[in-house]
Design a protein around this ligand. Structure first.
Ligand code: HEM
Length: 478
């Protein structure tokens, strides 16, 4: 059976600046003091336990106003609004925006018999992603077909072990090893752009950013620049990701539907593993070498798992970066004055308006309470950075592209859950530093080349696994 959410996430286009999502949003109140949650424990009566601020002794002694421990159901979007949305055949993002605007920062809507809960209020975001990743888990049904048991879809102890091995690669000394590789990939793209400028040649910005992001992550994984053949073969990754929202949930059927592309991806991954194995130890090991070494200590790191990690990092680490950079150039086209901003602020503000992972799905595995609202075990919960980042209660004039929001010392919402393009908590993005480094390294070379002139512009955004421009982006330099 197809999930109602996935079925609704059609991946069609919608105008990014005209979407009603942009005007959405009143934030829900923070959790009331002493709100309670119930933990479902097999074989025992359900036990309510408190989340949020605990009552003080004074409150418990009754000398101040008694603290209510009452909880209530999550308020729900009226069925007529859902019906109207269905009749309009609008995007999922539009339904989510109506839910947030009409109901609040913790709000439910129904596409099937069970409610789905949308979470956009910062404190509630922090509750779900930051404080209770064990209560709200990833299920990644379809992603598993592509990324297998890689760190993106793994859960429990295997995830902890895998995350520990990879984390060291993307922080501190691990990151320093990739500086040179990032710089080389950026230089390669800049040289190509110089060539386009000399010849007055048009090129597609989205394609260029895709090539750069893939080259960068490939160098980090293998130590080698991306060659044309591998680049062609890895188109299969994008085809599978694009097909994902519409694939059957049954793993075998889904696999059949994209079998050829999966075989191509496997061939590239296993060739890279074999090459790294026969090259032996190197002075500046790539991630693949580190995973092969881990395999020598830990039999859990089979070639299959190493393949899964490799594909995971390719999937998680290239379209996200590529779409961010593409949006950034489109936004600069409309706001040329922003070209003077610091590249890091440009990236942060682009990620506010277009957080590439715009929707983070979770599944409640036990009963809980968020901001005084009861969440039953088994509920699907959608955390939506896209809507939080466009909430006018948090971000004044939220539709306006204004990198000054991220200038040093600028006044920004202080809560963690008000801005989280890289997620939050234990399952936050592993490649945050890598992504910020590669985007700024590229911009430092490309921005001084002068503005782009787009020959045509996308009409809006496609909201699928990522939020990306819904059409080609042909441009010339100058
Ligand atoms: C602008 C670029 C990027 C954005 C906006 C982004 C965003 C995110 C977000 C929001 C998550 C959390 C998903 C969730 O909670 O469901 C995530 C997870 C992840 N990201 Fe990124 N990402 C970016 C680049 C990268 C890069 C470059 C890499 C690796 C080279 C990477 C690797 C990962 C991995 C492995 C995870 C899963 C972590 C886990 O579950 O433990 N990402 N990313």
């Amino acid at each position: 059976m197809r999930s109602p959410i996935r079925a609704a996430c059609r991946g069609r286009s919608a105008p990014p600046h005209r979407t009603r999502a942009g005007t959405a949003g009143r934030a829900a109140a923070p959790p009331p003091a002493g709100s309670a949650s119930r933990s479902a424990q097999p074989g025992r009566a359900a036990r309510w336990h408190r989340v949020g601020p605990q009552p003080t002794n004074r409150q418990q002694s009754g000398r101040t106003r008694p603290v209510s421990t009452e909880t209530r159901p999550v308020p729900e979007l009226a069925a007529e609004v859902v019906e109207r949305w269905r009749a309009e055949e609008a995007e999922l993002v539009d339904l989510l925006a109506r839910t947030q605007r009409g109901v609040g920062g913790v709000a439910a809507f129904r596409l099937g018999p069970a409610p789905t809960v949308l979470v956009t209020d910062p404190a509630a975001v922090q509750h779900v992603l930051g404080h209770h990743p064990d209560r709200y888990v990833k299920r990644s049904h379809r992603a598993r077909m592509l990324v297998g048991d890689g760190v993106l879809s793994a859960t429990g102890d295997p995830w902890k072990r895998q995350r520990r091995v990879l984390q060291a690669q993307f922080t501190g000394t691990g990151m320093r090893r990739y500086e040179r590789r990032i710089a080389e990939a950026a230089r390669r793209t800049a040289e190509r752009w110089e060539g386009y400028r000399r010849n007055g040649e048009a090129f597609d910005v989205g394609e260029e950013m895709r090539g750069f992001a893939l080259d960068t992550v490939w160098r980090a994984l293998t130590g080698l620049p991306l060659d044309d053949r591998t680049d062609r073969e890895l188109r299969s990754v994008e085809r599978v990701v694009a097909a994902m929202p519409t694939l059957p949930t049954n793993a075998a059927d889904a696999r059949d539907a994209v079998a050829e592309d999966l075989a191509r991806i496997d061939a590239v991954a296993h060739a890279a593993i074999d090459a790294a194995r026969s090259a032996g130890p190197t002075e500046e090991p790539g991630v693949l070498r580190v995973l092969l070494d881990a395999g020598e200590q830990d039999p859990g790191y089979t070639d299959r798992l190493i393949r899964d990690e490799l594909v995971t990092l390719l999937v998680a680490g290239h379209e996200t970066t590529a779409t961010t950079l593409t949006w950034l150039f489109l936004l600069l086209d409309r706001h040329p004055e922003a070209r003077r901003a610091d590249p890091q602020a440009l990236v942060s503000e682009t990620l506010r308006l277009y957080p590439s992972a715009w929707l983070l799905p979770r599944h409640a595995v036990e009963d809980d309470v968020i901001a005084g609202h009861r969440i039953a075990a088994g509920t699907d919960v959608l955390v939506c950075p896209y809507l939080t980042h466009r909430n006018p209660a948090l971000w004044p004039d939220p539709e306006r592209f204004d990198p000054a929001r991220f200038a040093h010392g600028a006044d920004r919402p202080g809560q963690l859950g008000a801005y989280f393009p890289f997620g939050l908590g234990a399952r936050a993005c592993l490649g945050t530093r890598f992504a910020l480094r590669e985007t700024t390294a590229l911009l430092e070379l490309l921005l001084p080349m002068g503005p782009l002139t787009f020959r045509s512009r996308p009409t809006g955004a496609a909201y699928s696994i990522t939020v990306r421009p819904d059409g080609p982006t042909p441009a010339v330099l100058g």
